[in-house]
Design a protein around this ligand. Structure first.
Ligand code: KG4
Ligand code: ZN
Length: 326
């Protein structure tokens, strides 16, 4: 199938608990739809994989229909379909993949299967303005990873979590403090009223490595609540624990990203994934990089968390890369 100039691309994202669809052309968003499953999963304190796939199945076709409608397009106007193929919940991914493959076959259009973590690096189209090499930090509910971006499409993983992901630690600590799912935004809100210096939660010392470890800090919060407070927390205790945890959990993200930029002699860091929505992370990383000649870039908030525009933009890069000069 020959790729057209400025293809109209339908993006599909169903890797976890957001059913998301987007239509883009030449980097312009023609329409964007997201159906969040938070209300379904929050009663269980986390994502239930079987319910997630069933919800994707219920919502995806409707969202595609309304996204095309909003863009003023018919199915036959599409030139390509882009879909997250990995990593993610197996059943959820299969809903998106099966839909995309069916559309590709019936409409005789290109299909681009996109890596979810790479897609987070394409959120907000910074690939258009940032010239590699650079550092990418992807921090989500399932992954915490630093990549050296030799070129767009050419990455080396230089740091990864050895146990839990940062977002998962936010979600688990939120559950310990009695907040619902997803925990990150609620920890952030509570932390605004708390004292980050009241408690010292441990950050694993992994020496010169750019890796992360989040299981210790999660357990430290659990023990603090259970044994030091006997599970009886005042509202202020909750705020202070949230603030102290948030401070400690963000520290390795900030430190490792900056160390990576200096080690690999790059002058920019791009941060994507749900945790990149954190205002505190944005402020601290921008503050820390200010004196080092390194600049930190973040997606706009709605494209920090899972969305289909980043999937379509990543696919657009691969479909049209021969024309782009970076
Ligand atoms: O990228 P994402 O939407 O989904 C995955 O690919 O996992 O990331 C979701 C994660 C959740 O763990 C959520 O708690 C976290 O991002 N998150 C935050 C914030 N907003 C979302 N973590 C810290 N601070 C936030 N403001
Ligand atoms: Zn994600």
């Amino acid at each position: 199938m020959a790729s057209k100039n400025n293809p109209k691309i339908l993006g599909i994202e169903t890797s976890c608990d957001e059913t998301a669809v987007s239509v883009i052309q030449a980097g312009r968003i023609l329409s964007e739809q997201v159906a969040s499953q938070i209300d379904i999963h929050k009663k269980f304190g986390g994502v239930v994989p079987e319910f997630a796939s069933r919800e994707h199945l219920k919502k995806l076709n409707l969202l595609i229909g309304s996204a095309l409608n909003e863009a003023g397009l018919e199915f036959t106007d599409l030139d390509a379909v882009a879909v997250t193929s990995n990593p993610g919940l197996e059943g959820s991914l299969l809903v998106g993949l099966t839909t995309a493959r069916t559309l590709s076959m019936l409409l005789n259009i290109d299909i681009v299967e996109v890596d979810h973590l790479e897609a987070h690096l394409f959120a907000s189209r910074f690939s258009e303005v940032l010239s590699p090499p650079g550092i990418g930090l992807v921090v989500s509910g399932g992954h915490t990873r630093i990549v050296y971006i030799k070129d767009w499409g050419n990455y080396k993983v230089i740091g990864r979590t050895r146990d839990d992901a940062a977002g998962e630690a936010f979600d688990k600590v939120a559950a310990i403090l009695g907040f619902g799912y997803p925990g990150g935004p609620q920890i952030e809100k509570a932390a605004l009223k708390g004292d980050p210096r009241r408690f010292k939660f441990p950050v694993s010392d992994l020496g010169d490595s750019l890796d992360f470890s989040y299981s210790g800090i999660k357990t430290a919060v659990l023990y603090k609540v259970r044994y030091d407070f006997n599970d009886k927390l005042s509202r202020q205790d909750v705020y202070d624990i949230a603030a102290s945890f948030q401070y400690a959990a963000l520290t390795p993200l900030v430190d490792n990203a900056v160390r990576a930029a200096l080690k690999y002699d790059t002058d920019w860091i791009f941060v994507g994934g749900g945790v990149s929505a954190s205002r505190s992370l944005r402020k601290r990383l921008k503050g820390k990089t200010a004196g080092d000649g390194v600049r930190a870039f973040f997606p706009d908030k709605e494209h920090s968390t899972d969305n289909a525009t980043m999937v379509a933009v990543c696919a657009e890069f691969y479909l049209t890369r021969n024309k782009k000069v970076y």
